[in-house]
Structures are given as C-alpha cells and as structure tokens.
Design a protein. Structure first.
Length: 406
C-alpha cells in the first residue's frame, strides 16, 4: 500500500473577508466618495447632547440572517465600542460589514449563502472587563467543513485580544511545548490502539478493519509535527483559535486528517483547555489585568493598531471603518517592509473596498483594489503612530486628508 503524501496540519477555511474578489470595487470607490461628499453637505439632523444620553449596558443579541445563519450583534456600551466589536466579528466570519443597527435589513447573496450556509454563536464569558464569544460555522468551497471561530474583546475599548497581547513572548514560547506534548500523547495513544488492532487481526488471520492501515499512517505522519524539533511554523499559538471562558482558556489546532480522511480521524481538532490560574507566570501584565482581574491600570497590550478595527474620517466629514492585517516581509529579502491587506468602507454606504499595500517603518501605503500596481487606483499615504493613522487619500490630482483612530 502506498504511503500517503505527508500532510501539514489542516488550517481552518480561509477568512473570506480579506481577499474578497470584488473587481468592481475600485470602479465604484470614486462614485461612493462623491455620494458621501454630497451627503456630507446636507445639514445633519439635530442630535441630543451627549451628556443627556444614558449609556445602555452592553449586551449581545441575535441577528438572524436566514433560517440557518444567526450572528451575534452587540448593542449598548460606550460610544463606538459595540460597532468595533461587531465589525471585527462580521468582517472576519462573513466577509461583510455588520449593519449599523440590529433592525437593519441584511440580505445574504446567493454566493454568501453558499459560502457560509450555517452559523450560530454562544457567549463564553461576559463581565465588566471582557467579552468572549465562539461561533460555529460551516464554510463551503470545493467541499463543506464545520469550523469554529473564537473572539475575545477588552470592554474598555472594544479591542480584539490576541495571544500576543495576553502572554509575554517568553510565556508563549514556554507554553508551546506543553501543548505540543499533550497533542503528541493523544496521537500516540491512537497509534498504539491501531497497532494493537492490526496485530490482533493478523494473528487471527483475518482482514483488518477497512481504513485502519491508512489511519495508522496518517497519525504517524501527523505525530512528527508535534514532536520536539518539529518545524515551529506549525506550532505558533498566535495562529490558533483562542477561546476565553470564566475560569479557563482554550487553544484549538487543526486535526491530523484532510477532508478525504476525516472519517478515519477519531481525534479531530486538538482542544487544549487550561485553567487561567495555571497560566499566570506566562501572562503579560495586560493579560493578568484582563483575564485575572488584577489591578494593573497602566498595563497595555503589546500588539499595535493594525490588527484592530479602526474608525476615522476622510476629508474631515466622511466616516469610514478600516480593518487591516500585517503579514510577513513583502519581499522576503527586505524584512523591514511588511505586506498589508484588508479593506475599508464608508459607514453610510457599507460597501467593502479592498486595500493592499506595504508598511515600512511608520509609513503605510495602501492602494484600493486587488491590484496594488494599478496606477489609476486611489492611494492612501499614512503615518502610523500610537494615536492612529494620519495622512491623505489621493487619486490623480485630488487629495483629501485622512484621520483614523482606534
């Protein structure tokens, strides 16, 4: 029997929001801008002074999009906090902006209904400092897969939390072999069971159960990824799903099997559930404040702005929402330049416009559309600081100021 090709650990279905194919986006971007500029000239309705408005408590409500798709919709809390949380979840899972209000009509396209035919959620933890949710989704492409996405937010500002925020670099480095050993032990248990079953069948001179040989080879190949000395790219906790509960934190890594061999995989995804109190030595001061409630008011997260949902204005009066991701070196050889992609939308129009570009030092250049080499496409030229992103939006001879903040 041929040995199956060695397989890397399975990754969850890709996040559809980041590289959504919208070839017309650049074409309509200028039209959207003109519409926004025209709208901005219309006098705004009289607003009730902010000091007279009571802040409603933050709560998570259900937003039903179809008979099989129900999304969380956060309401209340300080101004802008709920919107920031909603956009992080909806852009990541559905690849579309969340509605401005829960009652707004949201109609899924045929393509969206095929790509995400089902979705549900549960709240894992909600207290004065932290909101944590888990979404169970079905993603479809060439085939369909069930998968889970987990989100945790700091309720001081709606910040999306990452493992790099909650743990020190040394803490993550120490935690990785601990989880790898637990996963290797599960695989080794399955290998011993299969070897025993195959040996018993051989001794009884009967054919083994169908698939046992293939399952053994699959687990033996997978085990190599979790043994000491394995390529660390397969064991980076920052790339795993992190779910935060009241007393525990869980990391989830993809299963050993590919789609074709899924029925042979009795382990499935690896879920490692760790008591929060056992992690204190690995947590950063910010992580101890958020997860354990320690009084550390000056503790700050390590990651910057570019992994967060950001809000700002174009031309000083057009509200926009931006989400960006920074990846590895854009050129490979020049590690000082990083690739950046994501999208943005005008808050009134809510039509996603893709962005691609580079970050070099504190200088961020982003081109609208999928093709960053399009000379006619609008370009953002921004300077990154702890306070936000500031610079300009340019198309041809036209230039408009841009200010984006957390």
């Amino acid at each position: 029997m041929a040995t199956p090709e060695r397989k890397k650990p399975r990754q969850h279905p890709p996040r559809s929001g980041w590289r959504q194919t919208v070839g017309w986006a650049c074409l309509i971007a200028s039209v959207l801008l003109l519409a926004e500029l025209a709208e901005a000239q219309t006098p705004a309705p009289r607003q009730v002074p902010a000091q007279t408005q009571a802040t409603a408590p933050l709560r998570v409500a259900a937003k039903t999009l179809s008979s099989e798709v129900t999304m969380p919709f956060v309401q209340g809390g300080p101004a802008g906090q709920a919107a920031r949380i909603n956009q992080a979840i909806w852009l990541d899972t559905l690849g579309r902006p969340a509605p401005a209000q829960r009652g707004d009509v949201v109609k899924l396209s045929d393509d969206e209904q095929h790509t995400t035919p089902s979705a549900s959620y549960k709240v894992l933890r909600q207290d004065a400092r932290l909101l944590s949710l888990a979404l169970d989704l079905e993603g479809c492409g060439a085939y369909c897969e069930n998968y889970q996405r987990a989100f945790a937010f700091d309720l001081r500002d709606g910040r999306l939390l990452t493992a790099g925020d909650l743990f020190t670099p040394e803490g993550l480095k120490a935690l990785q072999p601990r989880l790898a050993a637990q996963r290797a032990a599960l695989i080794q248990l399955q290998i011993r069971r299969l070897k025993h079953t195959l040996a018993a069948a051989q001794q009884a001179k009967r054919r083994p159960e169908e698939g046992d040989d293939d399952a053994l080879l699959m687990y033996q190949d997978c085990l190599r990824n979790w043994l000491p000395g394995a390529d660390p790219v397969y064991r980076h906790l920052g790339d795993e799903q992190m779910a935060v509960g009241p007393q525990h934190l869980s990391f989830t890594a993809g299963r050993c099997s590919n789609h074709a061999m899924r029925a042979l995989d009795e382990i499935g995804d690896f879920h490692n559930r760790l008591p929060l109190t056992s992690l204190r030595a690995q947590l950063s001061p910010y992580g101890r404040a958020v997860l354990l409630g320690e009084a550390l008011p000056d503790a700050r997260p390590a990651s910057g702005l570019l992994s967060q949902v950001l809000r700002g204005t174009l031309d000083g009066k057009l509200p926009i929402t931006v989400r960006l991701l920074v990846s590895a070196s854009a050129s490979g050889a020049d590690s000082a330049e990083q690739a950046v992609d994501g999208n943005y939308f005008y808050d009134r129009m809510r039509q996603l416009i893709p962005l691609r570009g580079t970050l070099r030092g504190d200088q961020l250049t982003l081109t609208e559309g999928e093709n960053s080499d399009d000379a006619k496409a609008p370009v953002f030229k921004l300077t990154v600081s702890a306070q936000g992103l500031r610079g300009s939006w340019r198309q041809g001879e036209r230039s408009l100021p841009v200010e984006i903040t957390p």
